[in-house]
Design a protein around this ligand. Structure first.
Ligand SMILES: Cc1cc2nc3c(=O)[nH]c(=O)nc-3n(C[C@H](O)[C@H](O)[C@H](O)COP(=O)(O)OP(=O)(O)OC[C@H]3O[C@@H](n4cnc5c(N)ncnc54)[C@H](O)[C@@H]3O)c2cc1C
Length: 395
């Protein structure tokens, strides 16, 4: 397709929407983006941008800036959360064949970079602009905004996150299922030095992950607990730090230190959503969480959204029509998204083993496999991290 003849509307100014808007505008397409919030990007805590996500940032021209803003992770360390003992260390930094870094970033910083790139590429961004209706099936797709205005384009990208309006239209509502897990997130200050890597503390029915952000001035803490009581899925619900402290009572000193420094904490319910079976309808396509919301246990939500953005740009350049490009996009993305979402589900079970003997054996098996077959063990997720959406075959 000739890019300068293509008009695109993006619904949602999160990671996926801004990245797709910037990628397509840089390729010469005319892009407008509607975001329902008043400000882009001010909310959130830490995100891990693994090399597969960094590859896309580099292609967008943001590689250097992301390196400057993020902390480069040298590995991932798993601990027994009760004793603090290291179960295994997984080096990442130089071991992966990817030239792109594994970065620990504040979501607001990533959003600032993507926002600037989109603006620089000429994307027309409107905030306070909620899309309330989408008509995807005509010769041009149309969206209607809450204030009654409408706009039409050759392609509409549904990057509107979990509980997406666009997804409802593409494949109807598929009710998410509460996983029986809730997560707290907090940014802590003044905790002292944190090594430049995520540390995971695993224990019965719970785990905690911490890593440094912004040169170590902040530490991102995410703690997950299994419980029957339902909690809504959202990023805005505050909670009392005392309930976090109660949940991790009796855990090791390192966990206690993190919790002692928590002043503000948010709580959200973790829901399992199936990956969309259909990704496109007419001139509407889904990207990011709208297509494949994932549990946070493999840190791939933002990375998959970045991959989507760049692959969409490539298939649009490679195909003669929007419909052919969207069919190819879905065929490429769905199997990978399903595999990643399933791997994240699996990790949630591994981290929370309750029975002391089972936990002891599982931690022992992890430590032994890391010791006896370190290369093999370390390569377990290389298919996730070494994937490069900017160069992978489109077939
Ligand atoms: C406020 C917020 C804070 C987050 N904080 C974290 C965090 O700390 N750590 C973490 O790992 N992940 C966080 N995430 C999730 C993470 O950003 C996403 O899982 C991932 O980046 C995929 O991005 P996405 O663009 O698909 O969805 P999102 O980043 O969720 O973006 C979707 C965007 O679409 C907008 N939108 C939705 N419906 C409409 C509509 N009808 N019209 C216009 N706009 C609409 C939303 O306001 C939102 O800005 C957060 C998400 C949000 C929205």
């Amino acid at each position: 397709m000739k890019p300068d003849a293509v008009e695109v509307i993006v619904i949602g100014g999160g990671v996926g929407g801004l990245a797709a808007a910037a990628a397509l505008a840089q390729a010469g397409m005319h892009v407008r983006l509607f975001e329902r919030r008043t400000i882009i990007g001010e909310i959130g805590a830490g995100l891990q941008i693994t090399p597969n996500g960094s590859a896309v940032l580099a292609a967008l021209g943001l590689g250097e800036a992301a390196r400057e803003m993020g902390v480069a992770a040298r590995g991932v360390v798993l601990h027994d959360g009760l004793t603090g003992r290291v179960v295994m260390r997984l080096p990442v930094g130089q071991r992966l064949s990817s030239p792109h870094p594994w970065l620990l970033m504040h979501r607001a910083d990533l959003m600032t970079l993507l926002h600037e790139a989109a603006c620089k590429a000429g994307v027309g961004i409107e905030t306070d602009a909620e899309v309330v209706r989408i008509a995807p099936d005509g010769r041009r797709a149309e969206v209607v905004l809450a204030d009654g205005r409408s706009a039409a384009a050759d392609l509409v990208i549904g990057a509107d996150g979990v509980r997406s309006l666009a997804r409802g239209l593409v494949e109807g509502d598929l009710a998410p299922r509460f996983t029986g897990q809730v997560a707290w997130r907090a940014l802590v200050r003044g905790m002292g030095d944190h090594p430049p890597e995520p540390h995971v503390f695993m224990g019965p029915g719970r785990h905690m992950v911490s890593y440094p952000l912004r040169g170590g001035r902040l530490v991102n803490v995410v703690a997950v607990e299994e419980r029957d009581e339902w909690v809504p899925e959202g990023w805005h619900q505050p909670d009392d730090p005392i309930s976090l402290a109660m949940a991790f009572r009796g855990w090791c000193d390192a966990v206690r230190l993190r919790i002692e420094h928590v002043a503000d904490v948010h709580l959200w319910g973790l829901f399992r959503h199936p990956v969309a079976r259909r990704w496109a309808r007419g001139r509407l396509v889904l990207v990011g969480d709208a297509a494949h919301p994932t549990l946070p246990f493999l840190a791939q939500g933002a990375n998959m959204a970045l991959e989507d953005a760049w692959l969409l740009r490539r298939v649009l350049a490679a195909e003669e029509s929007v419909s052919a490009a969207l069919a190819r996009f879905a065929a490429l993305r769905r199997p990978r998204a399903e595999r990643i979402v399933a791997a994240a589900d699996h990790n949630s079970r591994l981290y929370h083993l309750r029975h002391p003997l089972v936990r002891h054996l599982a931690h022992g098996a992890l430590a032994a496999s890391a010791r006896l077959a370190p290369r093999l063990f370390a390569r377990r997720y290389d298919w996730v991290h070494e994937y490069d959406a900017t160069a992978a075959p489109l077939a």
